[in-house]
Design a binder for this molecule. Sequence first.
Ligand code: PBG
Length: 352
Amino acid sequence: MVKGVFMSFPKIRLRRLRGSASMRKLVRETSLSVNNLVYPLFVREGENLKEPIKSMAGCFHFSPDTIAAEAAEVAALGIPAVLLFGLPAKKDPTGSQAWAETGVVQRSIKEIKKAVPDLLVITDVCLCAYTSHGHCGVNRSTGFQPVPAQRRGLAEGGQARPGWPCYVDNDATCELLAKVALSHAYAGADIVAPSDMMDGRVKYIREALEENNFRDIAIMSYAAKFASAFYGPFRDALDSAPAFGDRKTYQMDSANARQALAEIVLDIEEGADIVMVKPALCFLDIIYRARQRFDCPIAAYNVSGEYMMLNSAADAGLLDKEQAMMEMLISIKRAGANIIITYFAKDVAKCI
Ligand code: PBG
């Protein structure tokens, strides 16, 4: 276009490239493939469950005995991976059900792997759905909380900060996250995905996996995860909204792009195989910049609020759901993500 007169109108008419469906197909630069989709699944304690999640239309709570059938359906659509979230029967201050051998996620991993061994099982590694206070780690805001067994003498390092609206002890939390990841690995997970935003958690998890000879378990870190309003429907589904304060002392400030790149560098250096940007739509610039800088696989999480924003607008008759869905997901791909985690995965698989 910059070459001057030879390249200008009417010799060049870009509409020639849009004249028919076949022509558009021929010149299309980006495409969505089922190969790059991850479908999130929710499991809770119970039996024979397939309960609609009120805040997330089309999504369900399953129990460990019903999850394999759903996973098989996902696999049959050609989707290569699921991302598991668990809701325990009881929560406590440290979130101990998160690493219990008989925990709801641990049992579900085994069921899925038995029924559909080729389907990749990714597990969300976090504490917020398991702690009574709803924070993603060991809470020291209101005084001293039970402390986990020490591994490197770091667990006691955090100070209580009475009066602070929210203080989550970084290193003590990392110890627990490593235990959670390890328990998922023992249950048969293929990829563990820490979503807590503590500093150093990837290092703790990678070391724990290595020490236990889990050399082939990949880590997909929620590397640039922003404190976002778009997690609202998900927190309803997992009853994981913080009981006090917010997540702004650990999740990122949405105004920061350079810091997001710093987060990603650190996670790669600590041993992450795949890095994630989350949410996706308000952060396409971060995905784009990450793609320019890093050669590893980049995942983007098309989160619950993005999903429900579109569903609600479609239900109100304001837009065409399928077209809007495809436009939304292709924008994430075009920005540079190669993996998209989305509640639309099954819908997409059915229409491409
Ligand atoms: C756990 C976690 C959250 C999501 C994924 N993992 C919630 C949060 O950080 O509050 C949100 C996913 C979604 O909104 O779809 N920390």
